[in-house]
Ligand binder design. Structure first.
Ligand code: ADP
Ligand code: ADP
Length: 231
């Protein structure tokens, strides 16, 4: 579903050159929940930016659904808009919009008619357990509730791939566990692949695979398939 081969990323040039990612390859199946781990500065954000089609590699190739990812910026942006959902550490909801409007927004950008996008957004808010807060703005919600709204927003386009950057880092233990449960359950239901950068060991134990980066090198690519609790 998601394949990348020999990915390298070098920032800057000359004396300021910094190679953040070195010859990283992996093959991830449809519906997997993959944890990306490694110390700060090991290249996690860089890899997420490449696989989220927010940046292009210096070397290497990415395939999404067997198709090589284009290099042309306009084609890349179009594919990103259609195929990838994002979840961030700080939720990144639009503060002037209600929870429902935040979830509708990606569909609005895709030109989906109002009644349909409202129905789909509401169904997802219900699925993540915050339907009763549909009319509230983000500052009226707790961190855990905001992250649930952000999960609904990431999934509303039914993207094959969701990229999450430290989605539980700002949550208390209970909210973090609920958010992990939701990603696992909704991902499984819709056969969505999740790639999640995280320092959270509770998340690792739910994932189907651990990718570990160290100094830009992929030092571990470990399927967790022996444990039936993991998908
Ligand atoms: P992590 O997410 O694991 O903390 P990053 O991917 O953010 O790691 O960073 C990996 C390395 O690349 C670090 O040395 C960082 O300083 C460098 N780096 C990341 N982004 C940039 C950038 N836009 N310009 C220059 N260097 C960068
Ligand atoms: P985290 O470790 O939480 O992922 P970082 O501080 O490594 O956060 O990076 C946050 C953002 O800043 C990333 O998008 C990364 O690309 C960018 N960044 C990191 N290091 C540098 C750098 N040396 N120069 C420019 N941008 C950087």
């Amino acid at each position: 579903m998601l394949t990348f081969q020999h990915l390298s990323k070098t920032y800057g040039s000359g004396l300021l050159q910094n190679t953040a990612l070195k010859d990283v390859s992996a093959d991830i199946s449809c519906g997997e929940m993959v944890a990306l781990c490694g110390p700060s500065g090991s290249g996690k954000s860089t890899l997420l930016n490449l696989l989220g089609l927010l940046d292009t590699p210096t070397q290497g190739q990415i395939w999404l659904d067997q198709q090589p990812v284009p290099t042309d910026p306009a084609a890349l942006a179009q594919l990103r808009c259609r195929a990838i959902g994002f979840i961030f550490q700080r939720y990144n909801l639009l503060p002037v919009l209600t929870a429902l409007e935040n979830v509708e927004y990606p569909l609005q950008l895709l030109g989906v008619a109002k009644s349909e996008r409202r129905a789909r957004a509401m169904a997802l808010l219900e699925a993540v357990g915050v339907g009763q807060f549909a009319g509230q703005r983000p500052d009226q919600l707790s961190g855990g509730q905001q992250q649930r709204v952000a999960i609904a927003r990431a999934l509303v386009k039914a993207p094959p791939l969701v990229i999450a950057d430290e989605p539980t880092a700002n949550l208390d233990g209970v909210s973090a566990a609920q958010v992990i449960d939701l990603m696992q359950q909704l991902g499984r239901d819709a056969n969505t692949t999740f790639l999640i950068a995280s320092h959270d060991p509770r998340l690792y134990e739910r994932c189907s695979r651990l990718l570990t980066l160290k100094d830009g090198v992929l030092v571990e690519n470990q399927p967790q398939s022996l444990n039936p609790a993991r998908r």
